[in-house]
Design a protein around this ligand. Structure first.
Ligand SMILES: NC(=O)c1ccc[n+]([C@@H]2O[C@H](COP(=O)([O-])OP(=O)(O)OC[C@H]3O[C@@H](n4cnc5c(N)ncnc54)[C@H](OP(=O)(O)O)[C@@H]3O)[C@@H](O)[C@H]2O)c1
Length: 321
């Protein structure tokens, strides 16, 4: 017998199949949105970056629960396709597309102005839109494009919508961050594209750390208002998140991902959990992992003095001069 014959043995084939099945099932978290009976009739939700990936499935879940859902997307074509798909799949026609480029402060202001004019209430805001692996680009506001997209734009958007959310309380803000924040560092010159290393996901990791720091500080500021703010890690999810990386890396990611990584639908679960689960009622300033467990973020994300400073700097950077 040749040693390679071992791999054709039925026991080998069977145990490989069982292992693959176990690994695949492990991807499912402990909380199942389908067994959650919360309805969102009469509630309004905004999901940024809702035309693809995790954001699309978050929006679809809200639509299925009867919410008025606003898809905040930057592309008319991609947004319209998602709008049609979500309306069809959910049977909910109260789903709408509003355009916003979260990397531009002017665009965020214009979007928020429209929302404040058109909407009577806002109960859920999911800051989901983000980019990873962008090469160095400076926006017209003078910020590194990844920082503008992932942190400063969403920071401004949240602040502009806060009063509406307070009037609509109870309301929840969910920031889709990442476990990668643990590799991030805080250096305020990064905001302007200085002292950054653009290799792989370096810049992305910093932005995700700022997401959690500022969400925690926001939660602190919102105490007693009925508006909560939490951040989540969605898991490693097979989406278009690697679109700015080399094709070889995307190929390996998708190959391994088939067994080990989450689908976009599975990746949406921790955000949905924070946005509507009864278990999260009144809970604020927390970081939720991809299994919907509240866990401690990195020490830098728990440094209160740093959070106060970070929040104040972001307020100054995003304020109109
Ligand atoms: N996938 C993962 O493994 C993973 C892991 C940890 C955390 N996350 C986080 O999960 C969230 C969703 O990511 P994803 O994996 O679903 O990525 P994705 O498939 O690339 O989707 C990103 C979404 O953000 C939108 N977007 C990007 N830049 C924007 C801008 N300037 N203005 C408005 N919208 C913009 C994109 O719109 P276009 O389609 O028009 O570009 C798209 O709808 C992100 O916050 C990401 O950091 C993902």
């Amino acid at each position: 017998m040749h040693w390679l014959d071992l791999f054709y043995h039925p026991v080998w084939v069977l145990s490989t199949a069982v292992l693959a099945l176990v690994v695949r099932m492990q991807r499912r978290g402990s909380w199942d949105p389908q067994s959650c009976s919360v309805r969102l009739k009469g509630k309004t939700a905004i999901v940024t970056g809702a035309n693809t990936g995790i954001g699309k499935f978050i929006a679809l879940d809200f639509a299925r629960r009867g919410a008025r859902v606003i898809l905040a997307c930057r592309s008319q074509a991609r947004g319209s396709a998602a709008l049609q798909e979500i309306r069809e799949k959910s049977g909910n026609s109260d789903v709408h597309l509003r355009l916003v480029d979260v990397s531009s402060l002017d665009s965020v202001r214009e979007f928020a102005e429209g929302i404040l004019k058109e909407e009577e209430a806002l109960h859920i805001l999911v800051n989901n839109a983000a980019v990873s692996g962008l090469p160095r680009q400076i926006t017209k506001d003078g910020f590194d494009a990844s920082f503008a997209t992932n942190h400063l734009g969403p920071f401004l958007l949240t602040n502009l919508l806060l009063d509406l959310m307070k009037r609509s309380a109870p309301a929840r803000i969910v920031t889709v961050a990442s476990v990668n924040h643990k590799k991030g560092e805080v250096d305020f010159s990064h905001f302007h594209g200085e002292n950054l290393n653009y290799f792989m996901d370096n810049v992305y990791n910093h932005t995700k750390l700022h997401n959690i720091i500022c969400t925690n500080q926001l939660a602190h500021r919102l105490q007693g208002t009925g508006v909560t703010a939490n951040s989540v890690h969605p898991g490693i999810v097979m989406t278009e998140v690697l679109r700015h990386y080399p094709w070889s890396l995307r190929f390996i990611f998708n190959l391994i991902g088939f067994f080990f990584f989450k689908t976009p639908e599975e990746g949406a679960v921790s955000s949905i959990f924070c946005a509507l689960a009864e278990e999260m009622e009144g809970i604020t300033g927390k970081y939720c992992d991809s299994d919907c467990q509240l866990v401690l973020p990195a020490p830098l994300a728990r440094d209160t003095a740093l959070a106060v400073k970070d929040f104040e700097i972001c307020e100054r950077l995003t304020s109109k001069l």
